[in-house]
Design a protein around this ligand. Structure first.
Ligand SMILES: NC(=O)c1ccc[n+]([C@@H]2O[C@H](COP(=O)([O-])OP(=O)(O)OC[C@H]3O[C@@H](n4cnc5c(N)ncnc54)[C@H](O)[C@@H]3O)[C@@H](O)[C@H]2O)c1
Length: 388
């Protein structure tokens, strides 16, 4: 089999950059939900000279205060609230980060938008498609910026996947296999909010499934999902033998594995599987099949949403079957989380479109919701999304 040189030059155009926008005024920002991921938000906001964190809320008494104290803040200078509601009723804010568990994403985001506050919402967008529709309606009514927290979008390797597809090198895409998995990786870092139905709503499907869908859906331009056949199971989370925390077996209320077969507008088939735990190293690489070429995106063993090795394009050049290897790209020392926060702030300051818009992520949520509902019903379902 021959190998091609020069083909990589096609993808060497300038990468999309996150540019810093200058502003004379400090943006007033608050954090809703002071758990694990809130720390990454705060650390990125601190690096922005045009941001002042003024307030925070958490349902657990004293948690927000302890969180900011632990990060070295002078807590006398901040205001703390027992929920998103009191915070948004009281404060005059430019923006909030919604860092709550999935089940309260919708209520916090909708309330903030209704109060005229720009929102950076953690992933997944929410739990159900209906919630996503309501979020989009509130966003439209408010005219504010809503960005969803998909930091892998800013990774040069992820951008390369999109550039390859959009360059036409693969021709018309007709089939996609995506997903990822961990042999053992049910997340219980600081408690049970990822595994309880009441707080997480969705398990592996929502937590890491949303990322793997975004990689390929973003690359092919987020076509509308039409029908879904879904499957989900909880064999590891519910097993005293295989659960990483046997004391959590009784409260495990979500999926630890999910799979789906999705028909997308434009005739593309999406074959998806995601696992927090399984008797396997990986459920396979992500593959994009086009009429002129195929792209292999290697998976990582303990799947974390990144590209697991050099990608390969399989195509014919001058009648020869050729493989072009795309070396792993680095991000020039830039932190993906910093870029996610900065891109949101810049959209707020300039009034430019959201960097990770709900108009795309609603389709991501529709697939997650479709897989969950189809699995519960035991049959294929049609996805219906009304005009927003
Ligand atoms: N982008 C990433 O890399 C990444 C990584 C981890 C988690 N996340 C996402 O971030 C979200 C939070 O995850 P986590 O691990 O920080 O969870 P967590 O359980 O550690 O923290 C969530 C906090 O939100 C608080 N909360 C819930 N509803 C609230 C409300 N209405 N008002 C105020 N506080 C409220 C809870 O009391 C809790 O302290 C999840 O949706 C998760 O998927 C994203």
């Amino acid at each position: 089999m021959a190998s091609s040189t020069g083909i990589l030059d096609k993808f060497k155009e300038t990468q999309e950059e996150v540019k810093e926008v200058k502003s004379d005024r400090k943006l007033k920002v608050a954090i809703i939900g002071c758990g694990w991921i809130a720390e990454a938000h705060v650390k990125s906001y601190i690096k922005c000279p045009d941001v002042e964190i003024v307030a925070a809320a958490d349902l657990i008494p004293g948690k927000a205060e302890a969180f900011f104290d632990g990060l070295g803040f002078d807590t006398e200078k901040l205001r703390f609230y027992p929920s998103h509601k009191e915070l948004l009723d009281t404060e005059e804010l430019d923006a909030v980060s919604v860092c709550t568990y999935n089940a309260t994403h919708a209520e916090c985001t909708i309330y903030a938008l209704e109060k005229g506050v720009n929102v950076l919402l953690e992933k997944p967008m929410c739990v159900t498609l209906q919630e996503a529709i309501e979020i989009c309606r509130a966003e439209k009514k408010s005219g504010k910026v809503l960005s969803i927290g998909f930091q892998p979008r800013f990774d040069e390797n992820m951008k390369m996947i999109k550039k390859i597809v959009q360059s036409g090198e693969l021709g018309e895409v007709y089939y996609i296999q995506t997903g990822g998995g961990r042999r053992r990786g049910i997340p219980t870092p600081f408690g049970t909010s990822f595994i309880e139905k009441e707080t997480a709503g969705l398990g592996a499907l929502g937590d890491i499934g949303c990322y793997s869908l975004d990689v390929v859906m973003n690359a092919v331009g987020y076509p509308k999902p039409l029908t879904v056949t879904g499957y989900k199971s909880d064999f590891f989370g519910k097993s005293p033998k295989y659960s990483n925390k046997p004391e959590y077996v009784d409260i495990f209320g979500v999926d630890d594995f999910a799979a789906g077969f999705v028909r997308l507008e434009g005739g593309i088939i999406l074959d998806f599987r995601i696992a927090w735990a399984m008797h396997m190293d990986t459920p396979g690489d992500s593959l994009i099949f086009g009429k002129e070429g195929g792209l292999r995106i290697p998976s990582t063993d303990c799947w974390n949403g990144s590209v697991g090795g050099p990608m390969k394009i399989y195509h014919d050049v001058a009648g020869e079957q050729v493989e072009t290897t795309i070396p792993i790209l680095n991000n020039g020392g830039k932190d993906l989380f910093d870029m996610k926060i900065r891109s949101f702030l810049d959209a707020v300051i300039t009034g430019s479109p959201s960097p990770v818009p709900s108009s795309q992520i609603i389709y991501n949520q529709a697939i997650l919701d479709g897989i969950a509902r189809s699995a519960e019903l035991g049959k294929e379902i049609e996805i219906e999304i009304p005009e927003i």
